[in-house]
Design a protein around this ligand. Structure first.
Ligand code: SF4
Ligand code: SF4
Length: 162
């Protein structure tokens, strides 16, 4: 099945403004389920006195979160990766399946998507990268990713120079 978006420019504009209005609300058809990529030492934070940071998973992470019902609001409940909050990214791009997390970020007036390899992996797979490169070209989106630890950018010239 071809997962690539086939929206016209006008449809994409409408979709973008609707998403912007909705913010980062998770879409109904998606849930974290058994994914715990953001707890595996990709995000930085502190939970009940235990720090976690890149390379150091959360103290409460077993196969999934061992304190799920009691997890704190910040950072746990507040954090939603953009696979969870935007259905533009296909189901097969769930972080637990591609070992990478997609996050929308803002730098000055420039918004972009950062695709970070999760855990101790330092690159993203070619299927994911090919999809993202085509998607960025079709939608005019800015994306930042890493290959073998090196940061790469696709998008507006001012974003690439950023
Ligand atoms: S990486 Fe995304 S889908 Fe996975 S647990 Fe975190 S918020 Fe949920
Ligand atoms: S407390 Fe649970 S949800 Fe929060 S970072 Fe740790 S494992 Fe993840």
């Amino acid at each position: 099945m071809n997962d690539e978006p086939k929206l016209t420019d006008r449809q994409q504009q409408i979709l973008d403004s609707m998403r912007s209005a909705l913010g980062s609300i998770p879409i109904a058809s998606r849930s974290c389920g058994d994914c715990a990529k953001c707890c595996e030492g990709w995000l930085s934070g502190e939970v009940y006195g235990h720090d976690f940071y890149p390379g150091n998973p959360c103290f409460f992470l077993e196969k999934t979160c061992s304190i799920y019902k009691d997890r704190p609001v910040d950072p746990c409940r507040n954090f939603k990766c953009n696979w969870l909050s935007e259905d533009v990214f296909p189901m097969w791009m769930k972080p637990s399946l591609i070992n990478a997390i997609i996050i929308k970020k803002q730098n000055k007036n420039m918004s972009y998507y950062e695709i970070e390899p999760a855990g101790d992996i330092d690159t993203i797979d070619s299927k994911t990268l090919n999809w993202l490169v085509k998607w960025a070209a079709n939608t005019g989106s800015n994306i930042q990713y890493r290959i073998d630890g090196e940061i790469k950018r696709i998008g507006l010239p001012e974003f690439i120079k950023m």
